[in-house]
Design a protein around this ligand. Structure first.
Ligand SMILES: [Zn+2]
Ligand SMILES: [Zn+2]
Length: 244
């Protein structure tokens, strides 16, 4: 299983970059987790858009979903050009899918994520857990047939259920929206100290930090997380990928 951080900013994309978007691949299977602003352009550095097997959207805040509508247009045009032969399955965690702006139901099959159902895409099994966030938002677990497991936190406030959900996984991709001193500053997000505590309590093998703030130094976030745990900690950045 290979993870690539296509976009990793919270809220909005910094110059020439993208907000939350993560590519997970194994052999010929390619899935996208979140599709924030700027993501579609960046994604083409790594794969052809026509190669995507499915997309999973953790919640409908724009920094996680904005480019899904551009992706729908890309699929429409590539289907017309006969480069894409099948509809794209897009799984979304939201209360009501009717309010979303999809326009081509034959091109993109939009489906609701049900927390109690797991989903199989090629070698991957995906399962889900409700987060603490302003709107419905879920964390996502991706497992392969060899038993390798990755968890993506999406956006969440601190909660013990999440620690159980990511217990001893091979890789935790976790939001780190605030510095340690800002703990509790905004409900529904994690500070670096809380991230370190989760990594330590869940005893994950390694972690990738993402969903960064637009102030302060990301390196400081990494150092603050490391002070709470003795695990391998990476930061998401342009072109970062890791084999699990
Ligand atoms: Zn976000
Ligand atoms: Zn959010």
């Amino acid at each position: 299983m290979k993870l690539t951080t296509v976009g990793y900013w919270g809220a909005y994309a910094e110059k020439n970059e993208a907000t939350s978007c993560y590519l997970v691949e194994e052999e010929d299977t390619k899935i996208l987790i979140d599709c924030g602003s700027g993501a579609l352009s960046k994604l083409q550095n790594y794969i052809e858009l026509t190669e995507l097997d499915a997309v999973f959207i953790s919640h409908i805040h724009t920094d996680h979903i904005a480019d899904i509508y551009s992706l729908e247009f890309a699929m429409l045009i590539q289907t017309q050009l006969k480069n894409r032969k099948k509809p794209l399955d897009v799984y979304i965690y939201a209360e009501n899918l009717e309010t979303l702006s999809f326009a081509y139901p034959d091109i993109v099959h939009v489906k609701k994520i049900n927390l109690e159902d797991s989903i199989q895409i090629g070698p991957f099994t995906l399962s889900f857990m409700e987060n603490i966030h302003e709107i419905p938002c879920c964390s996502i677990k991706v497992s392969n047939q060899q038993g390798t497991v990755m968890v993506y936190s999406a956006d969440t406030g601190y909660n013990e259920r999440f620690i159980d959900f990511c217990k001893e996984v091979n890789l935790l991709l976790i939001e780190c929206s605030f510095f340690k001193a800002q703990k509790g500053f905004v409900k529904g997000h994690l500070s670096s100290g809380e991230v370190g505590e989760i990594i330590s309590k869940a005893n994950v093998e390694e972690a990738v930090l993402t969903h960064f703030p637009h102030f302060g130094q990301v390196d400081q976030l990494v150092e603050e997380v490391k002070a709470f745990c003795d695990k391998k900690i990476y930061r998401a950045k342009e072109g970062f990928s890791i084999k699990i």
